[in-house]
Design a protein around this ligand. Structure first.
Ligand code: BG6
Length: 489
């Protein structure tokens, strides 16, 4: 299977925060890969805009170093690197003052017929000031888009305020809110699996599915981000955005078309159907945790710089989706730092066969499981019950029908990073994999009472050993329902 590259048209992209960490790790390497693959044309103009007193040559040096650090040598032949750097320019700018804006205007002059994107890789407090300056400087053309990403608010009120600030300059169809999980290849494959195959959809409901597990486990701790992270916790950092998006894509009704509003309308309905968790229910439906010190590093509280911190870096939640399709099928989600392995998956556990014709000696017939692995080894696995091979009688064992995407597309295929896909979608003007303002608000509306309960001391974080599967209480959450988490491996 070979990947087909569909080139995008020539575009102008201005990255505010162009000398920042996201630009260095993801945006410049991502744009380079798309250029090297022949998707981003050499006529594109990419302008880094930031406070640093750099010139074009300085920004190109910065970009070269970023490519050397984040693009493997076999993917960056010198002639491609040199040609890519030619597309880069730089503008020193004061996002909240007047400096640099006229010069940016001159760089974009006479280019109104091309798609233009402003990527705001800056603190959300300056989204508003930048947008209004873009408007005042008349840099917003009909083909202009603005790209923003989390944190899109800390709660419903601040998310609404941010949406209002963006809306003062841009129409909703020009706003691209990134959740990088939506750009992951397997997430898109979840939609292909559900809606391009007639096989699963008839079974995709509470009659046939016992429960769903969504796990995003990381081995890293909060490290140097500790101080910042401690103000947010896993609920804001992972649940409000990434995990709820995965839940929505798993639970949503089939959209009538694969187009932005059809898909986002369906996701919104799921968010609105999430059973509220508040007050005392927070203690029974949610488990929070903090890693203790271990051989690989200090405890969460030490890294957070607060010996009394009540913020979680592990969370597990049992979520009900109150609609006809899902009534009676819980969604269990969990995410944590410093766990046993880096592994993200969605596991659909089907109901047990209603009756075994094979008798007790054959062993239990365990429900089939469909596992969609997002990382590190993207793929889909369906666990089926088969006869144990050999002449020893009829014994039933569970075995995987396994499709690794790496193997399916062939050796040498590099799985594109989420940002590559999302950046090209911005240029193509396709919002399907971006969040709409009302989705972000609906997610916060569900999260707000949970955070309010945490602030009153509900579901206080339990300590857990690093390198494991989180606190024991997380296992108890499922045991109570006669279920168990899949092993994090
Ligand atoms: C980010 C969170 O959004 O996602 C991080 O802020 C987290 O805390 C990261 O580590 C995980 O992303 P990925 O793509 O590595 O799963």
């Amino acid at each position: 299977m070979a990947a087909i590259v569909v080139p995008v048209e020539e575009f102008d992209l201005v990255v505010f925060g162009g000398t920042g960490d996201l630009s260095r790790r993801k945006l410049l390497p991502g744009l380079f890969h798309r250029f090297a693959a022949g998707q981003a044309p050499s006529g594109a103009l990419i302008i880094g805009a930031a406070r640093a007193a750099l010139d074009r040559a300085g920004f190109r040096r910065f970009a070269r170093e970023a490519l050397e650090e984040f693009v493997a040598p076999e993917y960056r032949p010198e002639e491609k690197v040199a040609a890519f750097l030619e597309m880069l320019d730089y503008q020193q700018i004061d996002a909240e003052g007047e400096g640099g804006w006229p010069a940016l205007g001159r760089k974009l002059k006479g280019r109104d017929g091309r798609p233009r994107a402003f990527y705001l890789s800056v603190a959300p407090q300056i989204f508003g000031p930048i947008c209004s300056r873009l408007g005042k400087a008349r840099l917003v053309t009909p083909l202009t888009r603005v790209v923003v990403e989390k944190p899109l608010g800390r709660d419903l009120a601040s998310a609404r305020a941010l949406n209002d600030q963006l809306a003062a300059t841009f129409d909703e169809h020009q706003i691209y809110r990134i959740d990088h999980y939506l750009g992951k290849e397997t997430v898109q494959n979840l939609m292909a699996l559900r809606f391009a195959n007639a096989l699963f959809e008839p079974l995709w409901n509470a009659h046939h599915i016992d429960h769903v597990q969504i796990t995003a486990a990381e081995t890293v701790g909060v490290g140097a981000r500790g101080g910042y992270y401690d103000k947010n916790g896993a609920v804001r950092d992972m649940v409000q955005n990434h995990l709820l998006q995965l839940l929505c894509l798993t639970a949503m009704e089939p959209p009538s078309h694969f187009d932005p509003d059809a898909v986002r309308d369906e996701k919104l309905k799921v968010l609105k159907a999430l059973r509220p968790i508040d007050g005392a229910a927070v203690d029974t439906e949610i488990v929070r945790g903090q890693y203790s010190a271990g051989p690989d590093g200090p405890s969460y509280r030490e890294e957070a710089g607060d010996p009394q911190s009540g913020t979680e870096c592990f969370i597990a939640i049992k979520i009900g989706v109150d609609n006809w399709r899902w009534a009676g099928t819980p969604f269990y989600i969990r995410s944590g730092k410093r766990l046993k392995a880096r592994h993200t998956e969605i596991a659909i556990r089907f109901r047990d066969a209603p009756h075994s014709i094979f008798g007790d000696a054959a062993g239990a017939l365990r429900g089939n499981v469909l596992v969609i692995t997002l990382q590190p080894n993207e793929g889909i696995e369906l666990r089926l019950n088969i006869k144990e091979p050999g002449p020893g009688g009829m014994r039933i064992v569970s075995a995987p029908l396994d499709m690794s995407f790496g193997a399916a597309v062939g050796a040498g295929f590099r799985m594109p990073d989420a940002y590559e896909r999302l950046l090209m979608d911005v240029i193509r003007g396709d919002q399907t994999l971006f969040m709409r303002g009302d989705e972000v608000e609906a997610a916060w509306a569900w999260i707000d009472p949970i955070i309010a309960a945490f602030e009153k001391g509900r579901a206080a974080p339990c300590p857990y050993q690093p390198g494991g599967e989180g606190p024991m209480e997380s296992h108890i959450l499922l045991h109570r329902d006669g279920r168990r988490w899949r092993e994090i491996a």
